[in-house]
Design a protein around this ligand. Sequence first.
Ligand SMILES: Nc1ncnc2c1ncn2[C@@H]1O[C@H](COP(=O)(O)OP(=O)(O)O)[C@@H](O)[C@H]1O
Ligand SMILES: [Mg+2]
Length: 310
Amino acid sequence: MDPLTPPHAAPLPPPIRRIAVDRSPTTVAAPAAATNGHGHGQPSGIVGGGRHAQRAGRAGVERMRLEDLSISYGRKLAVNRVSLPVRQGEVLALIGPSGCGKTTLLRSLNRLIELTPTASREGRIMLDDQDVDRMEVTHLRRRVTMVFQQPNPFPMSIFDNIAYGLREQGSSRPRREELEPQVIDALERAGLYGEVSENLDHPALRLSGGQQQRLCIARALAVRPEVLLLDEPASALDPRSTARIEDLLVKLRDEVAIVIVTHNLQQAFRIADHVAFMYLGELEEYAPTDQMFGAPRTQRSRDYVSGAFG
Ligand SMILES: Nc1ncnc2c1ncn2[C@@H]1O[C@H](COP(=O)(O)OP(=O)(O)O)[C@@H](O)[C@H]1O
Ligand SMILES: [Mg+2]
């Protein structure tokens, strides 16, 4: 077997194809409020495998909280009164059909949405009990960093890509030797150091797509954020690079809260601890992953996770 494929990825059944729809789904007790941090459902028995044992009973520490968040572009409502917790210690996956507001929601968390002139926002976003609107925006964006769908390394060396954010941080310009330990640490945490340790001065753009994306993750981690946002980070990558990134995110969730947008239901199933299913800007359902795929509460969630519409 390909040594780079994490063991959990190999035998995993495609859960969404195995849900029987010709009978009522097993109902499990609804998790207590979606917001209390302890609402993990029981694995339903319909799905099973690698990650389940690990994620059952995980209860992370809340880092961010969205309260009644609404976002419009001009008069068009893109996100409608969404409330959600974001916790360290778990991966939160945002799923839903194209155009349902996933990217818009994600970009609001570190106020990147403000770069879109027509966008306006209502509701509160709290980071460690501080309103993000009251925070200095560059400070916020160091605490809540983002990785995009297309890897976007800067046209500079591997080393300088990672050092960039660190240099921005300080008032004086630190020397390379001072930054090196942090650069190496970030590359290690992103699972890339072993492949580039001899080539730190090579242009980042010479790396493969999967390596470039891990470099972008390293760059996002270098400033020691509390929350890492990823918008379809693997959708431009081959399956092997995708598996590496999935594995990495599961490892990182204990040190940083992770929110990932994915259109790939199996990816959400493999790596998420909680899933938020959005539909036409609304939060249709928020549930522990096992419940979302095994016993979703609403008919629309059932249809979506069973692949009835995309
Ligand atoms: N910059 C923008 N200006 C106007 N409308 C936008 C803009 N970006 C997204 N939208 C609209 O907002 C809705 C949500 O989009 P988006 O957040 O990108 O959804 P998703 O990521 O789920 O595909 C869609 O109807 C989309 O057309
Ligand atoms: Mg999107």
